[in-house]
Design a protein around this ligand. Structure first.
Ligand SMILES: Nc1ncnc2c1ncn2[C@@H]1O[C@H](COP(=O)(O)OP(=O)(O)OP(=O)(O)O)[C@@H](O)[C@H]1O
Length: 268
């Protein structure tokens, strides 16, 4: 069971209301949360992780209300990969770094090592076990921080901007990781500004604006709602924008999709 139920969630930092009535359910559909800077995305995922507690409303993770659950208990169910890996990494070797989380939540040394080796295999860093994380590139460090959370075997994983500092190959790798985690039945939620990657990768997209959800649906429906997106100061994916400007009524999410459509039209 990997499930999140958020009901009537409000949160303020002092007098500043940041989340203003959010109701959402999450199952194992890979989901992207998008929204302009300051929309409340990071605050929302901190509430999911139990690092912040609701001002009003509730967050229920696999049946447990976060107000009645400690951060340590939640850490066994939900993992958060920070936007900046440098905020997360502090050990001297890659393998020690990745094993830290699993050991910390009570896995045996043997289990922690096995899960860490599998996670490093998944992110493509099995050849770097004894490297110092700071001798790796920023994009590789990001993969180390993903492996460190994957190895904890949480059913729910939140990624904050996973594609930052990733080149094309890195993005392909992250796409595969998300697909593999989904195939394992894990629930993946990602905060992200890279709309092309969202359109190519996520089945469900949720749009935050000023602490509220203004759109929630499959990627094609959300990216087809261009007026609402522009009002939320978001740009649809490049291929979606191009095709709309060329006058197509359909919402295209990927270049491949558009090419396939054109080839079908030519044959008619
Ligand atoms: N610790 C804090 N104390 C006070 N205000 C905060 C704190 N963290 C965030 N805020 C404010 O809350 C609002 C929402 O911030 P949040 O980081 O949740 O937005 P976001 O959608 O994640 O933005 P970004 O895309 O820039 O990461 C912003 O106005 C921000 O300045």
């Amino acid at each position: 069971m990997n499930k999140i139920e958020v009901t009537g969630l409000h949160f303020s930092y002092g007098a500043e209301a940041v989340l203003r009535g959010i109701t959402l359910s999450f199952d194992t559909t890979p989901t992207a949360i998008i929204g302009q800077n300051g929309a409340g995305k990071t605050t929302f995922v901190k509430l999911l992780k139990g690092l912040l507690k609701p001002g009003a409303g509730s967050v229920v993770i696999n049946g447990s209300d976060t107000r009645e659950t400690t951060v340590a208990q939640l850490a066994r169910q939900i993992g958060l990969v920070f936007q900046n890996p440098n905020d997360q990494i502090f050990k001297n070797t890659v393998i020690d770094e990745v094993m830290f989380g699993p050991l910390n939540i009570g896995q045996s040394a043997a289990d922690a090592r096995r899960n860490s080796l599998q996670a490093l295999e998944m992110v493509g860093l099995s050849g770097n076990l004894t490297a110092h994380p700071y001798d790796l590139s920023l994009s590789e460090r990001k993969l180390v921080s993903i492996a460190a959370v994957v190895a904890m075997q949480n059913g729910i994983i939140i990624l904050d901007e996973p594609t930052i500092a990733q080149d094309y190959a890195g993005k392909e790798r992250i796409r595969r990781i998300i697909r593999d985690l989904r195939a394992q039945g894990r629930l993946i939620i990602t905060i992200i500004h890279d709309m092309d990657f969202v359109a190519e990768t996520f089945e469900r997209v949720i749009v935050f604006q000023d602490g509220k959800v203004i759109l929630d649906g499959d990627a094609r429906t959300v990216f087809g709602a261009t007026d609402l997106l522009y009002r939320a100061k978001l740009e649809p994916p490049h291929v979606t924008q191009l095709c709309k400007r060329l006058g197509y009524r359909e919402t295209f999410l990927t270049v491949e999709e558009f090419i396939a459509y054109q080839q079908r039209e030519v044959k008619k």
